[in-house]
Write a protein that binds this ligand. Structure first.
Ligand code: COA
Length: 374
């Protein structure tokens, strides 16, 4: 069995930002327009008037202040309210592959490696731009790597499940290295006209380069172990694909193509599931939680992370012990914990232990215990 190291990470951040105030202004303009156009139905009590959203509510409920997106203009246009991402020719790179290549190049650069050193690419995300050919195979082509690639989807847990898959293949010797890539165009699956959730998501892509420990050339983390679990729930669901270009036959409304959730239930059910999962993972490694120097958690909701951090550590996490990035990025699905890891791991010392943990639809939860090796 080979030992495995994470030697590089990369983050592609879209150029366009939407602040809470900009988002709320667009939503409220849409709500006013809807109420005006449907005044008769509202007056007759046949439909309910749309209420205004509020920046204060958004920050208090989630901790989010802004989000990056692939197309701001469509989302903020009260007549459109979704990203306008034109269909591309089959010969042009897909949007997700372009995002992925940017993140992969950054991860390889940090690792001190090139495309020639990559044996496998796993594109692990909540939503894939198409069913096939796999985005991973396109990324392989664009980067010029050999070996193989495949796509996988475990919703917000895709990154950690992808890291477990890559780790196990490297351990067993079937590959020497892998890029695990998480392109998330969450703006495509979000209903920007739904006040209860219109603020939740943003777009991003992360990449993690894993290789045999013996091949590591730069400062890195050893992967001590991984642990994945799933348990069926309908509380976070998307029934029907995601990137809206035109509605499929038979669908008159796009809601069935988008993210839906029972947010309160998710909050209550997932917090104990994740806390117990992390504690079980640590127990199986005979690691006391007090030995953990850092928790890089999935970034969906600040209060949720605060609860999990307190339950795992048995006290309120200190500044920097459990970094959040969702104030800047919002929920970026599978990429969130990897952004936190990428941006907040440099200042750990040799032999420090940390844990990456993602969770979400399925339900699913995945954790990766790492040790700073140099
Ligand atoms: N602006 C102003 N008020 C709003 C609002 C908005 N945009 N959206 C909802 N509200 C109101 C509601 O109408 C409700 O009012 P009421 O109490 O008078 O009925 C009130 O705020 C509380 O709504 P609620 O949905 O209970 O808010 P919340 O505090 O639970 O926060 C979430 C909502 C979604 C942020 C939170 O439940 C959450 O993060 N859950 C977990 C999400 C998650 O991890 N999902 C996984 C995704 S991968």
């Amino acid at each position: 069995m080979y030992k495995v190291a994470i030697t590089g990470t990369g983050v592609f951040t879209p150029k366009e930002v939407i602040t809470n105030d900009e988002l709320v202004k667009a939503f409220n303009a849409y709500a006013d327009k809807f109420n005006f156009e449907n005044n008769d139905l509202i007056e007759r009590g046949e439909i309910v008037a749309k209420e205004h959203s509020s920046s204060d509510f958004i920050f208090a409920a989630s901790g989010i202040t802004q989000r990056y997106v692939m197309d701001k203009s469509g989302i903020l246009d009260p007549n459109i309210m979704h990203p306008s991402l034109p269909k591309r020719d089959d010969d042009a790179p897909s949007i997700m592959a372009e995002m992925a290549v940017d993140a992969c190049v950054k991860a390889l650069k940090q690792s001190g490696k090139t495309a020639a050193d990559v044996d496998c690419i796993i594109v692990a995300a909540s939503n894939h731009e198409r069913a096939y050919p796999a985005i991973a195979v396109e990324v392989q082509d664009l980067l010029g790597t050999s070996g193989f690639g495949f796509d996988m989807n475990v919703a917000c847990s895709s990154a950690t499940f992808g890291i477990q898959s890559a780790t196990d293949m490297i351990k067993a010797g079937s590959i020497r290295s892998a890029l695990v890539v998480n392109p998330e165009i969450c703006s495509g699956h979000l209903e920007w006209r739904d006040r209860d959730c219109h603020f939740i998501f943003g777009d991003v892509c992360t990449a993690t380069f894993l290789e045999r420990l013996e091949d590591a050339k730069v400062a890195h983390f050893e992967v001590i172990s991984t642990k994945c679990a799933t348990q069926f729930s309908n509380n976070i669901r998307n029934n029907n694909g995601f990137l809206r270009r035109s509605l499929p036959e038979g669908l008159t409304d796009q809601r069935d193509m988008q993210f839906m959730q029972e947010g309160r239930k998710v909050f209550k059910q997932v917090v104990p599931m994740v806390s117990n999962h992390i504690l079980d993972h640590l127990a199986s490694e005979k690691v006391d939680a007090s030995k953990l120097k850092r928790l890089w958690l999935h970034q969906a909701n600040k209060a949720m992370n605060d609860f999990i951090g307190r339950k795992v550590l048995g006290r309120t996490p200190e500044e920097g012990e459990q970094p959040n990035i969702l104030q800047d990025y919002a929920n970026t699905s599978s990429a969130g914990s990897i952004i936190a890891f990428s941006q907040h791991s440099d200042n750990l010392n040799k032999d420090d232990l940390g844990l990456i943990c993602s969770f979400g639809a399925g339900y699913s939860v995945g954790s990766v215990l790492v040790k700073r090796a140099s």
